[in-house]
Every structure is written in C-alpha cells, then in structure tokens.
Ligand binder design. Structure first.
Ligand SMILES: Nc1ncnc2c1ncn2[C@@H]1O[C@H](COP(=O)(O)OP(=O)(O)O)[C@@H](O)[C@H]1O
Ligand SMILES: CC(=O)N[C@@H](CCC(=O)OP(=O)(O)O)C(=O)O
Length: 317
C-alpha cells in the first residue's frame, strides 16, 4: 500500500526537524556536564507535568548530560500536616520547623516524594537512584540564623543551613550512568541524631556549587523573577550576580531561598542559574536545549569572576 503524504505532513516534519537541529549545539555544550535541577512548584502536584518532568530528565540523560535532581515537596508536606492536624507557618520563605513538624517533613520528602519521583523516572528506564542529604554524608548542616520579618526576629527552629557537602555519593551514582534524586534533609553536625529541614532551593544551590555544575535550573510556579512582584510587566529575562545580590534584601517569601541559592551557586563558579516556569510542560527541555530558553537567567558579572563559597566541599575519606 502506498500512502501519499500531503504538504501539511511535510511542513510538520520540517518544523520538528528544525527543533531537533536547534538542540544540537546545546547537546554538544552540555555533553558529560552536570546540570542540577530543582524540581518544585506546580509541576510537583500536577500529574501530567510530573510525568513530563520525568520524561525531560530521561531525555537529558540519553542526550549525554548528567542531570542531578533536588526535589521540594512543600505542598505535600502541607497536606500531610493538615491531615495530622499539625499547624505550621512560613516566615521569610522558610517553614518554621518544630520537632513534630520535622518528623513529618522527613517522612514526606524522603519517604513519599523522593520514591514517587524515582518511580516516575524509572518507568522509562531504571536510571533514577533516590538519596537523602543524610545518606553517605552528602549534606551537613547547622541551625539557620533567625530571620527578620517586619522588624521582628523569628527563630526558625529545626531549619538548617548547609555547612558542608560531601558529593561522593552523587558522583558515584553519576559515574554509574544513573540519575541522583536528592531529598533535602541534613544531619545537624552539632547535634548527633538530630535532622534539619533544608529548603530544597538551598540544597540545590549548595549541591550545584559543590559538584561544580555547569548550570542550575529551578522550576517554580511563576514565569521567573519579577523586579516589582507581582507586576507582570516587571519579569526579568536576564540579570547578573551583582544585580541579584543588590536585589536580595527587597525579595519576599519563597523567592528569598531561591535567589540565595542562585547566589551560592554562581559565587562558586556555576556559569548560569535559570528560574523557569514549571507550569509549562517540558520547561526543562525548553530551557536547556533551545536557543532562547525560558524564564529568568542569572549570569556571572564577568567570565573571570573570582569563585567564593562559604560551604566546605569534603573530599573522599
Ligand atoms: N520578586 C518575585 N518574583 C517572583 N515570585 C515572587 C517574588 N517575590 C515573591 N514571590 C513568590 O515566590 C513564589 C515562589 O516561591 P515558592 O513558592 O517557594 O516556590 P517553589 O515552591 O517553586 O519553591 C512565587 O509563587 C511568588 O508568590
Ligand atoms: C525550611 C523549608 O522551608 N523547608 C521546606 C522543604 C521542602 C521544600 O523546599 O519544598 P518546595 O521546594 O516545594 O517549597 C519545607 O518544609 O517546605
């Protein structure tokens, strides 16, 4: 049987080929490079977006890139706390974490969200390996400093700031051709047996810095960083590390840990951080493998900016 194709079929085929060819230089640029991707926002609670994210990650891996996933889970933690009748609040972008809340955060991030994401990726190929910041000494933390909100000092309880990263476990997973999927819990180095709640953006920034990642991509539930949030006309497409550092004191809510994480990563030499709209299906592929990318990009001030980091990277024992 012979099927005669019409002009529309040829036009569609040409458009598809154009997209594939557009990805070529980006595949070359990022081949064998580590890209840390923070999975969060709407993409975590919408089943179709969740699946699309898993497809993107597998695609990147087959394109020869080394994705490292750090996931959030704020909405899932909220839901579980609600079901258990436990109150919790956010201050300055961080969840005030009592010991009771900490148990739920750890249970939900490491016990529920992490295996769900591993499973979504592994439905395509058995590539994902779940790991907590507590595994293999990956993360170490100290209690975070109190935050100032409207001139009031607020103690965050069991929230941690990362003090040290031992990236061996992640490197081992990558060396085996697999995809590390990291949950953001860390042991308190000053208090053995106690775990700390690390904002997932903070964990992603510290990991990108310690791994010497080429790029940090942060999915969220807005189109990017707005200069005058929530004015839609103030969406920023590109800004430098210094410009971001100047903006930091004016930021609010969840953008505070996100942008601090970008500063951590870029200060340590990561060449680009991108904030992308996780409501857009396949936003990760669009950001990494197309010419224009999407969302807000943060770039170093100059190509030769000095590298600084307050987080120690621990070599193999
Ligand atoms: N300048 C800003 N630009 C964009 N979003 C902002 C800004 N300031 C505050 N926000 C808020 O930050 C939120 C993103 O942070 P968060 O909810 O923690 O995201 P995620 O769950 O993706 O980690 C946005 O939904 C928005 O409400
Ligand atoms: C200290 C702190 O705020 N921890 C976060 C950890 C999860 C997270 O960061 O999730 P998202 O990325 O989905 O917001 C929390 O308890 O919600």
């Amino acid at each position: 049987m012979t099927i005669i194709r019409n002009q529309d079929d040829f036009n569609t085929a040409a458009a598809k080929a154009e997209v594939l060819v557009e990805s070529l230089p980006w595949m070359k640029k990022f081949r064998d490079k580590i890209i840390v991707i923070k999975f969060g926002g709407n993409a975590m609670v919408d089943a179709a977006l969740f699946q699309a994210f898993a497809e993107d990650v597998v695609y990147l891996r087959y394109a020869g890139i080394k994705p490292v996933i750090v996931h959030g889970g704020g909405p899932q933690i909220n839901e579980m706390l609600g079901r258990l009748g436990i109150e919790s609040e956010f201050q300055g972008g961080y969840r005030v974490t009592t010991p009771e809340v900490m148990n739920v955060v750890r249970m939900v991030l490491t016990g529920v969200v992490n295996p769900q994401l591993v499973d979504a990726i592994n439905q395509h190929a058995p590539l994902a390996m779940g790991i907590s910041g507590e595994d293999g000494g990956l993360l170490q933390a100290a209690p975070a400093a109190p935050v100032m909100v409207e001139n009031t000092t607020i103690d965050l309880g069991l929230v941690g700031e990362i003090t040290r990263v031992r990236p061996d476990a992640v490197h081992h997973i990558l060396e085996n051709g697999m995809i590390p999927v990291v949950s953001s819990i860390a042991p308190n180095s000053a208090h053995p047996g106690q775990s700390l709640n690390i904002n997932a953006d903070t964990a992603a920034g510290a990991l990108a810095a310690a791994l010497g990642a080429e790029k940090l991509v942060m999915l969220t539930d807005v189109a990017g960083l707005y200069a005058a949030w929530p004015d839609p006309a103030s969406l920023i497409s590109s800004l430098t590390l210094s410009e971001l550092q100047e903006m930091l004191p004016s930021l609010a809510d969840g953008m505070i840990p996100k942008m601090r994480a970008c500063v951590t990563a870029l200060s340590a030499g990561v060449q680009k951080a991108s904030i992308v709209d996780g409501r857009v299906p396949h936003s990760v592929l669009l950001e990494i493998l197309t010419n224009n990318g999407i969302g807000t990009e943060i770039v170093p001030d100059t190509a030769a900016a000095p590298r600084t980091s307050s987080i120690a990277v621990i070599p193999s024992p």
